[in-house]
Design a protein. Structure first.
Length: 168
């Protein structure tokens, strides 16, 4: 049990150090998982298309499955740099949409509430964060990668401290 804590702490430290020296890998690994899911969904759709009787087959299902397979394979063979940019662009676009919707909701609800600054301020911050992610996705991916690596290194250090405290 005590050795497991040691190995876990060293593992977190090593993963944190790896991500610190390769910050785009953390975001790109998420994109690789998504690409694998897209390709698998395409293969499942193709299997569904081929298992149906000829009368019930739809050309749209075949087209959809082929597009998913091709898109998944393109994303799987892309570099970590381009994948991290794609993921951060989608995150930025999502933050823009969420910020705009929250701003519209806060304007409508501000007529009825007394605390008007919290909802409006958070929606404007979300919208601006989405703009930053869209304007420079590689920088944003790097910042998130460094933050994630520092969190993992801190977790590893805490686990190692727990291990050395339990040795006394």
């Amino acid at each position: 049990m005590k050795k497991t804590t040691l190995y876990l702490g060293i593992g977190f430290l090593l993963i944190g150090l790896y991500l610190f020296f390769n910050p785009l890998v953390s975001i790109a690994s998420i994109a690789w998982v998504i690409a694998l899911i897209i390709a698998t969904m395409g293969l499942m759709n193709l299997h569904t298309y081929l298992s149906l009787e000829k009368y019930y087959r739809s050309n749209w299902l075949l087209l959809q499955s082929l597009i998913k397979i091709i898109l998944g394979l393109i994303l799987l063979t892309s570099s970590a740099f381009s994948l991290s940019s794609i993921v951060m662009s989608f995150i930025g676009l999502g933050l823009l949409i969420i910020g705009a919707i929250n701003f519209k909701i806060s304007i409508r609800s501000n007529r009825r509430t007394l605390n008007k600054t919290n909802t409006t301020g958070s929606s404007i911050f979300t919208f601006l964060l989405g703009i930053v992610f869209l304007l420079n996705p590689t920088f944003s991916a790097g910042v998130i990668g460094y933050f994630l690596s520092l969190v993992l290194m801190i977790i590893g250090a805490i686990i190692l401290l727990i291990y050395y405290q339990s040795q006394k």
